[in-house]
Design a protein around this ligand. Structure first.
Ligand code: ATP
Ligand code: ATP
Ligand code: MG
Ligand code: MG
Ligand code: MG
Ligand code: MG
Length: 267
């Protein structure tokens, strides 16, 4: 078929293929979720319904995109790691990022009512942004997840302390902020224990450490260098179903915050 005279406009599209043979990491983050969580009366500091909905949306993404091998979620964000050799959309950045973000967002809305059973749908459409980052080796990939998990821990310890002071201690948000400024982790742990009878390390792991989704099972037909790692068989919550996505919280030492991918050397 002859080309139309308009087709030259296609040439204005730019090539955004991502470098080959490096890890592609896509992170999505909710836009204005401070406000969104308030408008939908999320429990503070952690609404477990919202976290479970995030996990469900992330599972939908992993079911659709086979090349994602690992995902980590906390608060209003989720990170997705693609296998190094992925050729999804010929590694075109905009296609990959937009598909992940779109699928995540639509699943978040689609499954909303399974978790927020008191409202039929969100009060307004939630928005997520997304970005791709390239990491050249497993060292950076491990450090990336350690960074996000350290963030989970720091934010959660602060938020838990803050809301204890406000909700149980009767302080104004301003006064709670002032009291917490300049404190370190040890001070906050101590305060939670002595003033609020809360042992921080006994709080649910999903709050303290975030959530991990791992793809199970090696696809036998693929070249060994191009496949996902053999995964531990005793993950909490994992199933033995083929190509299923196992959900767990990261099982790591509190203070080092090293994610479990450290045990999976050949991604
Ligand atoms: P931005 O658009 O820049 O990302 P934001 O308001 O979304 O702004 P974030 O730094 O992404 O800010 O933080 C997300 C906020 O959403 C948290 O600080 C918290 O207030 C709220 N939030 C997210 N998930 C939950 C949850 N499960 N339970 C309670 N609050 C939550
Ligand atoms: P890709 O993922 O590559 O975009 P695709 O299946 O979405 O593949 P498109 O070239 O985007 O292919 O074409 C969209 C197709 O969706 C159309 O060819 C048509 O079959 C169907 N479609 C879209 N909108 C409508 C509509 N309003 N009514 C009927 N069919 C539609
Ligand atoms: Mg943001
Ligand atoms: Mg946000
Ligand atoms: Mg965020
Ligand atoms: Mg299409």
């Amino acid at each position: 078929m002859a080309k139309s005279k308009y087709e030259y406009v296609k040439e204005f599209e730019t090539d955004d293929k991502l470098l080959r043979n490096v890890f592609i990491l896509v992170r999505v983050d909710g836009k204005g979720f401070h406000k969104f969580s308030a408008a939908h009366q999320f429990n503070k500091p952690n609404d477990v319904r919202a976290l479970n909905l995030m996990n469900h949306a992330a599972r939908s993404v992993m079911h659709e995109l086979d090349d994602i091998v690992l995902a980590f979620g906390e608060s209003d964000e989720y990170s997705f790691l693609f296998r190094r050799s992925t050729d999804l959309y010929q590694r075109r950045e905009s296609k990959i990022v937009s598909t992940v973000v779109s699928l995540f967002t639509s699943a978040y809305v689609y499954y909303w009512n399974d978790y927020f059973t008191d409202s039929r749908r969100p009060l307004y459409p939630p928005v997520f942004d997304g970005r791709a980052v390239l990491y050249p080796s497993e060292v950076e990939v491990k450090d990336y997840f350690a960074w996000r998990q350290a963030d989970t821990h720091i934010n959660n310890l602060f938020n838990t302390s803050f809301w204890a002071l406000v909700e149980k201690g009767g302080m104004t948000p301003k006064a709670a902020e002032v009291k917490l400024s300049g404190t370190d982790s040890k001070d906050k742990n101590e305060m939670l224990f002595t003033e609020f009878n809360t042992n921080y390390s006994k709080l649910p792991a999903i709050f303290r450490k975030g959530s991990v989704l791992l793809r199970e099972h090696i696809l036998k037909s693929l070249d060994k260098d191009h496949i996902i790692p053999t995964l531990p068989e005793t993950l909490p919550g994992s199933t033995s179903a083929d190509a299923s996505v196992a959900e767990s919280t990261m099982d790591t030492e509190e203070d080092t915050a090293t994610p479990s991918i450290s045990e999976t050397p050949s991604i």
